[in-house]
Design a protein around this ligand. Structure first.
Ligand code: ASP
Length: 456
């Protein structure tokens, strides 16, 4: 059976890490389809290769050279290659490729930027293939265009096109180990387009789904997914198993260990995901599955997401007005604003939006439109909010979770601005002031993980 294994930027940041990645690849004959990110940070002050490439592209777009940032990227590859004993000739085509990208036409700024960004993964994949070949292993770089990774024409935020799956399926017939660059593909017009940031996870998921992999291994720099953010809760519990739905909710609200858009392809194909640590490959990691046996634990994780705002409006007898909600959402649609949640009462509605999607100018226009079209008694926007998500499949058949959560928040003097529970009952959302976020996560963690986390 075939495994798809993806290695993140921190796993490829230095020669030592690349060597460790090659050890992991060769330790299991099932690992035949490998997806790599661009080299990430070697230490906390370092800059990711992708960020250097973005800086170089921004310089060029501003009419400057961008050459020093580009040279820094070449130097990153050079040091990896030389520390691994590869001839410096290996770096020449990389330097050539990056210079060519830098000198490309900047007429279409978005396409130019994506071509630059993709250079990180593309050259990393070529380098990893060469490191493996130098070890005498049958490993080959493959270009996403030749493999058929067709994406929508949305630079920086592309989506896979359905026809890509059939084309990518043939990857399983290839000899040896295939090294596939993450993060980008090609539009129907033949242009390089990238996914959103962190998108190599998405590439891996698409390939795993296309070849119906036995497992999609996602190697990163932590032992597992944890029940809460370790920078907020000290030593949070590791999670051994999660369902796709639970992971979706957690990654939506800030668990950055796995890209939330990467779940859809594996979910559809029922390919299990295994999050693992490159620097501790013997650890079992976290498995993400269609179902999990142990749903007797009602809450698996607590996530928090900052930078949200909310439009509140109230109108007496709103519940009797047919089309009120539609007209409200239509105003947002006309301004191209996507919304996150719509908690409502009989005479009021709130729309939760990410701050980045509601600029001050848009806010003015939206409020004006709402006043004119819906004539509410009151309408205002509240900013500086955070959403806390309490997530777990077991909540569905457990009485009293909401009461425990609200009691824990009250005990920590956190005022709840909003509550929402999706109809699938996999998560419960609390809207609170941003300043209370850490206190809220700690209080909920204490309640569900250091208290009694059972359904009985
Ligand atoms: N290198 C890209 C980024 O930094 C994609 C990835 O690492 O997954 O966003």
């Amino acid at each position: 059976m075939l495994k798809v294994s993806k290695f993140g930027g921190s796993s490829l940041a230095s020669a030592e890490q690349v060597s460790q990645v090659c050890d992991i690849i060769t330790a299991d004959p099932g690992r035949r389809l490998i997806v790599v990110s661009a080299p990430g940070k070697r230490h906390s002050q370092d800059i990711k290769v992708t960020d250097l490439l973005i800086a170089a592209a921004s310089q060029r777009l501003a009419g400057k050279l961008g050459a020093s940032e580009c040279a820094e990227v070449v130097e990153r590859y050079r040091s990896i290659a030389s520390e691994l004993g590869l001839s410096t000739e290996v770096v020449e085509p990389i330097a050539h490729d990056l210079t060519e990208r830098l000198e490309n036409s900047t007429t279409d700024a978005d396409l130019y930027m994506d071509t630059m960004k993709a250079g990180g993964e593309d050259n990393c994949a070529r380098l990893v293939a060469q490191v493996l070949q130098a070890r005498g292993i049958d490993a080959y770089y493959v270009n996403p265009k030749d493999a058929g990774l067709l994406l929508s024409d949305e630079p920086g935020n592309a989506q896979v096109l359905p026809e890509a799956y059939n084309r990518l399926r043939t990857l399983q017939e290839r000899q040896g180990i295939t090294i596939f660059p993450g993060f980008f593909g090609y539009s129907r017009q033949g242009n390089i387009v990238t996914f959103s940031r962190g998108g190599s996870d998405i590439t891996g998921a698409i390939l795993a789904s296309a070849v119906r992999a036995e497992v999609y291994e996602n190697f990163t720099d932590v032992d597992s997914v944890f029940a809460a953010n370790p920078s907020i809760v000290k030593d949070p519990a590791p999670i051994a198993e999660l369902t796709y739905r639970e992971m979706r909710e957690l990654s939506y609200a800030g668990f950055s260990v796995f890209h939330d858009e990467a779940l859809e392809p594996v979910y559809r194909a029922h390919v299990p995901v295994n999050i693992r640590n490159t620097n501790n490959p013997d650890a079992d990691g976290t498995r993400i599955l269609p179902d999990r046996k142990s749903t007797d634990i009602p809450v698996v994780g607590i996530a928090a997401m900052e930078n949200v705002c909310c439009i509140y409006l109230s109108k007496y007898l709103m519940n009797r007005q047919i089309g009120f909600g539609r007209r409200l959402l239509q105003i947002l649609e006309a301004e191209e604003i996507s919304f996150e949640h719509v908690p409502s009462g009989i005479d009021n509605m709130s729309v939760v939006i990410r701050e980045e999607n509601l600029s001050v100018q848009k806010e003015k226009r939206v409020i004006e439109q709402i006043r004119q079209t819906l004539a509410p008694e009151d309408v205002f926007v509240e900013r500086d909010l955070a959403l806390i998500m309490v997530v777990g499949e077991g909540m569905r058949h457990t009485v009293g979770i909401a009461s425990r959560a609200t009691k824990a928040l009250a005990g920590a003097s956190v005022n709840i601005e909003m509550i929402n529970q999706g109809s699938n009952e996999v998560s419960m959302m609390f809207g609170i002031k941003s300043g209370d976020m850490e206190t809220a996560v700690q209080a909920l963690y204490e309640e569900f993980f250091n208290g009694d986390n059972s359904s009985t």
